[in-house]
Design a protein around this ligand. Sequence first.
Ligand SMILES: NC(=O)c1ccc[n+]([C@@H]2O[C@H](COP(=O)([O-])OP(=O)(O)OC[C@H]3O[C@@H](n4cnc5c(N)ncnc54)[C@H](OP(=O)(O)O)[C@@H]3O)[C@@H](O)[C@H]2O)c1
Length: 230
Amino acid sequence: MRQGYRHIDTAEMYENEREVGEGLRASAVKRSDVFVTTKVWPTHFAPRDLERSAKDSLVRLRLSEVDLLLLHWPNPRIPLSETMGALCKMKQAGFAKHVGISNFTVPLIEEALKLATEPLVTDQIEWHPYLDQAEIVSACRKRGLAVTAYSPIARGKVSRDKVISTIGMKHGKSAGQVSLRFLVQEGAIVIPRTSKVERLAENLAIFDFELTKAEMADIRKLGAAQQSVL
Ligand SMILES: NC(=O)c1ccc[n+]([C@@H]2O[C@H](COP(=O)([O-])OP(=O)(O)OC[C@H]3O[C@@H](n4cnc5c(N)ncnc54)[C@H](OP(=O)(O)O)[C@@H]3O)[C@@H](O)[C@H]2O)c1
């Protein structure tokens, strides 16, 4: 928080909501200045379980509502109609300001949108230079969903990439910063993770340079060539 981060991405699955809540309280940052996302794990998608899961998350976070509540992964074993109903109810009941989905493919996005009685604000998906997500991105754009990119520095893999490092050198930036900047210029919300204080500052310093059209195209080519999920 001291570094300026205001977007926190957590999930019941990460088992760190308690620590996130403690961190929020220990910081002097106003609640209204922080955007907190949490996610419901797919085994809890039956309506009663979803409600329980969301409420338990709030207790651990010590918050009365989250800014965004997501379905973590699709679960074909539970009818999406029931799950969407329960998710939207969490918003209506004031437990979540916004609701959305994660790891949903285009057909599932369509289905979720048909069933939702509240706007779905984002699909959080794996997206980095080695994975071309143009199809989902375009579907989300058409339907008014933001795309949140997880694993945005490909879990550190970009540091060993010649193309990305060379582009970084031209701008006086690291490969990690180029990867994040690439996604931001593609229109994504990025949620990098690091355990190192110095990298917190590094990953935030991406708003003072711009990749050229040619550089963007070179990075896009990596995704089209590799299409690799981490
Ligand atoms: N919705 C989902 O299903 C889903 C799935 C996965 C992740 N997520 C979310 O997305 C977040 C990020 O994804 P992720 O953790 O998979 O991948 P990531 O942010 O791409 O990569 C994190 C790894 O990269 C290293 N790293 C961080 N900054 C770096 C930099 N500037 N240069 C080189 N290496 C760097 C970190 O190591 P150090 O700690 O040593 O810096 C860490 O090992 C997660 O924390 C989670 O909130 C969501």
